[in-house]
Design a protein around this ligand. Structure first.
Ligand code: PLP
Length: 392
């Protein structure tokens, strides 16, 4: 037998283990210091009451012979897909329930979708970016072309007519940069994909953080997108589901390549390799889209947004360049005094007792930049910003 030798081509990921090691060493040497973690990409607020109540009710149903359920509907329960159709209609996007596939999260879908594409395809991936896009393609041995995000383009790379690609990854609002494409910019991408017969994989995991009304929260708000894009959504950051697990993929009926509807391929792939998300979780997810659920999660998002605003206000006052924050839980800043990402990590840890994430961990273009997250507690963010002001 032989193993998939493409795994040998993966970069070893030392980012979070190196951070953990450095923080442990510092904490050991300075036990009296309070270390504030603004590096994590995980939420901290608990599930909203409407979600918890719905899940409790679902647990009771599962314990009663008259309401017990076994395997669920193939693409996810209709009640949840209908709730999502309702949610998208508020964005002026009309979806059919058949176009929505419920999953255990966007990460799985983003990795698994590659099953329906040939390994001969060339992929176009922004740098810096959520590392899953890169690693899942390396595992399959696909050729990757990187598109540069940098200070000049506000970390929002646009299509280059001289580059030909088959699969394009877009993440907006972006992890790690917090940057958000405008409708006009996304239109350029859709036009490019249509011209090149390419497919856009659009990751909208942070769409709920977009507050500027004119910014898009779904690729399907762009003309022509249904003929060239698959969208991945997640309740992880939207509704605190990082530990509960629920997401969805949207594969429009119009989307065909080589005359084959991609929706059919994805249906075949999912029904062969995936047996669905628990009924209890899907009932919790349905509650996210009720009036009470929407109110409660928007109060949680508002809390994180206050944190983001406090961070960006502080950076503006210090004259530090950044993107993100306004429409995203991430703030992506330029390390002061020309420091490298890791130099600034050490500097912040030692002088302000703040832990962030070095931008270099998200791609070559992340070098010299740094990611802060707004998912911490308000008290910690205020304390951290006081320390930052004193030390930079
Ligand atoms: N997409 C992006 C850009 C993310 O940052 C994350 C998680 O951090 C995910 C997808 C994964 O989401 P999920 O928890 O739904 O798997």
């Amino acid at each position: 037998m032989t193993i998939n030798s493409n795994y040998n081509n993966l970069n070893k990921s030392y980012l979070f283990s190196t951070i953990a090691k450095k923080v442990k060493e510092y904490a050991g040497a300075n036990p009296e210091k309070k270390i504030i973690r603004l590096g994590i990409g995980d939420v901290t607020l608990p599930l909203a009451p409407a979600i918890v109540d719905a899940m409790h009710r679902a647990v009771s149903e599962m314990g009663d012979a008259t309401t017990f359920r076994g395997y669920g509907d193939e693409q996810g329960y209709l009640f949840l897909r209908q709730a999502l159709c309702g949610y998208y209609s508020k964005k002026s996007v009309k979806l059919h329930e058949d176009e929505i596939f419920i999953s255990d999260g966007a990460k799985s879908d983003i990795g698994n979708i590659l099953d329906i594409f040939s390994k001969e395809n060339t992929v176009l991936i922004p740098d810096p970016v959520y590392p899953v896009y890169v690693d899942t393609n390396i595992m399959d041995g696909r050729d990757i072309i990187y598109m540069n995000g940098n200070e000049q383009n506000n970390f929002l790379p646009l299509p280059d007519k001289n580059i030909s690609a088959d699969i394009i990854y877009l993440c907006s609002p972006n992890n790690p940069t917090g940057a958000v494409y405008t409708k006009e910019q996304l239109q350029l991408w859709v036009d490019y994909a249509l011209e090149n017969d390419a497919v856009i994989l659009f990751d909208s995991a942070y769409e709920v953080f977009v507050q500027d009304k004119e910014l898009p929260t779904s690729i399907y708000q762009i003309n022509g997108a249904k003929e060239c894009a698959i969208e991945f959504g997640s309740l992880s950051k939207t509704a605190g589901f990082t530990g509960t697990r629920c997401g969805y993929a949207i594969v429009p009926q119009e989307l065909k390549r080589g005359g084959v509807p991609l929706r059919e391929l994805w249906l075949r792939r999912q029904t062969t390799k995936f047996n669905g998300v628990s009924y209890i979780v899907q009932r919790g997810a349905e509650a996210v889209f009720t009036e009470a659920g929407q109110q409660q999660i928007s109060s949680n998002i508002g809390y994180y947004k206050q944190n983001a605003k406090h961070i960006t206000d502080t950076l503006s006052a210090l004259g530090i360049w950044y993107t993100g924050g306004q429409n995203s839980p991430y703030i992506w800043l330029k390390c002061p005094d020309g420091m490298s990402s890791w130099e600034f990590f050490d500097y912040l840890l030692n002088n302000a007792n703040i832990v962030g994430t070095p931008g270099a961990g998200f791609g070559a273009n992340g070098e010299g930049f740094f990611r802060l997250s707004a998912f911490g507690s308000c008290e910690n963010v205020h304390e951290a910003m006081k320390m930052l002001k004193r030390s930079v």
